[in-house]
Design a protein around this ligand. Structure first.
Ligand SMILES: [Zn+2]
Length: 196
């Protein structure tokens, strides 16, 4: 099945162990934040710290696993045609736009789009962890300085994940100007090897 996430929005769905999820950037230069929860116990969720620890890298791509707070593999990255993702920065939130950009008033955000789509699964704002930021291009200098640059992804680039356990997955089409080269585009996803 193929699905479309409209610009500045999100989606949440279940993925069974062994199923594959393909997250596609249809236009290029568009980030998608992804969070994962164990479908049978939502207290187990994706962990940036555990993933970087066990994978021994901060650049997570083909061949790497995404790990949980309980030190278990949640997903494997089977293929990554772009090769640049971020796992350092938290999902953009209303406060991001206030604190970093002095933006007044409402601004759509990944954080809102994650928790509103996760609500039917009884997952709430305080439960949302640091997301795996697909296609996000965060560069770091030797002194530790971070810079958010436009994604390197071209139209049609994708990351293919395989579920290592039954999961609840939430995905966004990111709403932050600086993360997406200044324009907002949709994200497509596909669930492969449907079971049943
Ligand atoms: Zn975002």
């Amino acid at each position: 099945m193929k699905y479309k996430i409209e610009k500045q929005s999100g989606a949440a769905f279940k993925l069974k162990k062994g199923q594959k999820l393909k997250v596609i950037d249809p236009s290029g230069e568009q980030v998608s934040d992804m969070v994962l929860f164990n479908a049978h116990d939502i207290r187990e969720k994706i962990s940036s710290g555990k993933t970087m620890d066990f994978e021994e890298t901060i650049l997570i791509t083909t061949g790497n696993y995404l790990w949980s707070n309980r030190s278990r593999q949640m997903m494997k990255i089977v293929e990554d045609t772009n090769g640049r993702n971020d796992f350092l920065l938290a999902p953009c939130s209303p406060e991001t736009f206030k604190i970093m950009y002095n933006h007044d008033g409402y601004h759509p955000s990944c954080f809102e789009n994650l928790y509103t789509n996760l609500r039917p699964f009884d997952i709430h704002p305080d439960d949302v962890p640091t997301a795996f930021n697909i296609f996000m291009n965060v560069q770091f200098a030797a002194n530790g300085k971070l810079s958010v640059l436009p994604p390197l992804s071209k139209a049609g680039d994708f990351v293919l994940f395989e579920a290592e356990m039954d999961l609840i997955v939430a995905l966004t089409a990111c709403s932050a100007e600086d993360s997406n080269g200044g324009t907002f585009k949709p994200i497509h996803y596909e669930i492969l090897e449907e079971i049943e």
